[in-house]
Design a protein. Structure first.
Length: 287
């Protein structure tokens, strides 16, 4: 379906860059129930873990080898790190897939997509607005979890250095800086899921199909990474590097794994975003 923005003649005063402002799209997405529910789940998780540790007792020393989970009650910083550890593999995948996969497809499902394009909103402008807001909400979700966890953990266990399972500690200021790096890396590593969800969102009119497809493919990637028979081929899987951020919470951080993971994630994401824009530019929008 052709749109007014695709014609050679445009109305006087028309500016493509002023259509569908980010503020308008952001307000629309923030008012949606799924956004509020997802935010509520992430905000409640630290309280759930706090109760679990209170019921189960101090995890330290329960086993031969000390892990990050064993240091959860050592400080607020440790508690925040544990929340990220238990969430990065799956829970944080869901808001990314939801915010990026339920964006274009939902408009098609509501039969409002063609009216947006006839407004006229250029197709590239519509996708950029949707993608920017989707990524922004995904980042906000990843920031919300550790911020709430840090506040809850500090109130429960105090503001003290981050205890490292292998020995040593990071002072509170350094720990806070490293947690910022961890959140940034987790966000970058989830760009592949964002790209999958966004591309699928431009290919289907079913939001659940786009969201479920992105989550499913992410799970497949995790399963493949567990197949040790693949050997070095696993190095090309984004899932292989998803916990490389653990190297950032060491006395002497190692950045090589995070650099490789960042490069692979960004490469996959750029390809998927490009496919989404290219395919949607040629798509016959009828819904």
């Amino acid at each position: 379906m052709s749109t007014l923005a695709e014609r050679t003649e445009t109305a006087s005063g028309y500016r493509a860059g002023r259509t569908l402002p980010l503020r308008v799209e952001l307000v629309r997405q923030l008012k949606r129930r799924r956004t509020l529910v997802m935010g509520g789940i992430l905000a409640v998780l630290p309280f759930v873990l706090l109760i679990a540790f209170a019921i189960g007792g101090d995890p330290a020393g329960q086993g031969g080898q000390v892990t990050l989970m064993d240091t959860a009650t050592a400080s607020g910083a440790n508690f925040a790190a544990v929340n990220l550890f238990v969430s990065a593999g799956f829970l944080l995948v869901i808001p990314v897939a939801l915010f990026c996969g339920d964006t274009v497809a939902s408009e098609a499902g509501w039969s409002s997509l063609r009216y947006l394009l006839a407004a006229p909103v250029p197709r590239a402008r519509l996708l950029w607005s949707k993608l920017t807001v989707g990524l922004g909400l995904s980042l906000a979700a990843m920031v919300l979890l550790p911020v709430v966890a840090l506040a809850v953990g500090t109130a429960a266990y105090g503001w003290s250095p981050l205890q490292i399972p292998t020995g040593g500690a990071l002072d509170s200021g350094t720990a806070a800086q490293r947690l910022v790096v961890v959140v940034a890396y987790i966000f970058v590593s989830q760009l592949v899921t964002a790209g999958l969800a966004f591309w699928l969102s431009t290919r289907t009119d079913a939001p659940l199909g786009a969201v479920g497809g992105a989550v499913g493919l992410t799970i497949v990637g995790n399963v493949l990474d567990a197949v040790t028979a693949l050997g070095h081929w696993r190095d090309f899987l984004p899932a292989h590097w998803q916990f490389a951020w653990a190297d950032a919470v060491q006395p002497h951080p190692e950045w090589s794994g995070m650099i490789q993971g960042t490069a692979i994630s960004i490469t996959y994401a750029l390809v998927l975003f490009a496919l989404a824009f290219r395919g949607f530019a040629r798509k016959d929008v009828v819904s």
